[in-house]
Design a protein around this ligand. Structure first.
Ligand code: NZQ
Ligand code: ZN
Length: 389
């Protein structure tokens, strides 16, 4: 096991009606002026917007608002948010939404005290040294951004989707009420489930030996998701199943499951080029890329893949026939994705052109990706090819 430091400052406030605490939480932090940041309108349609306004006003908290965050959040709106915060002297950001709203809020939080262009953080040109604090009301369990230290933004002009990270942009608090997720359409629910599973798999597939505790924890969270996924799709108002999924999404990405190990993240890097180019939902892109990535890299440490398919997907243990176990495991993984309505190939997602070279070039612009096996541009092209059909 590697040496590690684990610190996660995000206070999680979980359960029914917890959004009512938002005003008190911000007041407790002594903040004067809030930017209330949200997406395309679901919070207005389902009544959360009015509740937030009520609870902010009840505590006498002044706020300005900026809606309109789109999935794959745009740099343009981030810059608008930074200008608004400067003009209005905002000292706290409240993100009400899914990963896109939270990531946009994090970018604004880092951009306000920074003299240069906020894209510098995403282009590896600068490190975040300071940020406004932010809080979250989560409406979609998926990205894990509610307790992660990262933010992913799309530069729509350059067709680039890039991430940055710093403990300074980890939310101060995150409010998680599973009831708020009852209104999620099946496709968003499923894409969220795929994303949180991918966050665990990226950590699970490591070359690090002697990480038994976190291996078992990863397997437990994955099994919980796989068990509860059909329940939430069958009955969107199943509180207990929604609660299991919501908490799993946070644990998948709050840093606990990769303590003592080096995660992979190749699949995410390869996927980000897909969602940047085709504006594909991130979770759907991961369902397409993960099976192809496994097929391409498994020989580097087959025991790990066999353990995964045996412990998580109950593939019969025939350890002297790894080929059988991998094929059977991939079949079960893809069947699971299909069963929740995810595409498992580029063709399924309606992507017929093959701009593989172009995507692989952008994906490896800072060097090889993946830690399980280092993947160069030519490897990434092969993975896109495997994902085609
Ligand atoms: O915009 P509104 O109208 O609110 O609708 C949203 C949006 O269209 C809708 N939605 C959210 N909550 C809802 C709801 N509809 C009904 N009821 C609710 N309760 O869902 C749609 C998708 O929302 P979005 O925030 O885009 O989804 P998600 O949470 O999956 O976030 C995806 C983004 O997060 C990034 C992804 O790359 C992608 O850009 N990621 C961020 C990470 C991080 N910061 O740590 C890690 C992840 O790997 C990921 O890359
Ligand atoms: Zn993800």
């Amino acid at each position: 096991m590697r040496n590690f430091v684990f610190q996660n400052k995000t206070k999680i406030i979980f359960g029914r009606d917890t959004e009512e605490k938002v005003g008190k939480e911000i007041k407790r932090l002594g903040k004067q002026k809030v930017l209330f940041h949200y997406g395309g309108g679901s919070i207005k349609r389902f009544g959360l917007y009015d509740k937030v306004v009520k609870h902010l006003k009840q505590e006498g908290i002044e706020f300005v608002e900026l809606g309109g965050v789109k999935p794959n959040p745009s740099l343009r709106l981030v810059k608008e948010g930074i200008n608004l915060c400067e003009k209005e002297k905002v000292d706290f950001i409240l993100a009400v939404g899914g990963g896109s709203v939270i990531d946009s809020s994090k970018a604004i939080a880092a951009g306000v005290p920074y003299e240069g262009d906020v894209w510098d953080f995403y282009d590896n040109k600068a490190q975040i040294k300071e940020a406004l604090p932010l809080g979250v009301i989560l409406t979609l369990p998926a990205a894990g951004s509610e307790a992660s230290d990262s933010s992913v933004i799309t530069n729509e002009e350059r067709k680039l989707k890039r991430g940055t990270g710093s403990p300074l942009i980890r939310p101060t608090f995150s409010i998680l009420n599973p009831e708020i997720t009852f209104t999620l359409p099946p496709y968003q629910t499923a894409a969220g489930i795929t994303d949180m599973m991918a966050h665990i798999m990226e950590r699970y597939f490591t070359q690090e030996r002697n990480v038994d505790l976190t291996d078992h924890m990863c397997e437990a969270v994955l099994k919980t998701i796989i068990k509860n996924a059909p329940l939430v799709l069958e009955n969107p108002e199943d509180y207990n199943a929604r609660a299991e999924i919501m908490w799993a999404g946070t644990l998948a990405h709050n840093g606990l499951l990769d303590t003592g190990r080096l995660g992979d993240w190749g699949t995410h890097m390869i996927e980000h080029e897909l969602s940047a180019l085709y504006d594909l939902t991130h979770g759907a892109g991961l369902a397409i890329i993960f099976p192809a990535w496994i097929r391409y890299v498994y020989k580097a440490y087959p025991e790990k893949m066999l353990r995964f398919f045996h412990n998580v997907f109950d593939v019969e243990a025939v350890f002297d026939d790894p080929h059988y176990m991998i094929e059977e495991g991939l079949k079960r993984l893809k069947n699971f994705y299909r069963s929740i309505g995810m595409p498992v190939s580029l063709k399924d997602a309606g992507i017929k052109d093959n701009r593989f070279e172009e995507m692989a070039e952008k994906c490896t612009v800072f060097g090889p990706v993946s830690n399980f096996v280092k993947l160069e541009k030519s490897d990434v092209v092969e993975i896109y090819k495997l994902a085609a059909e």
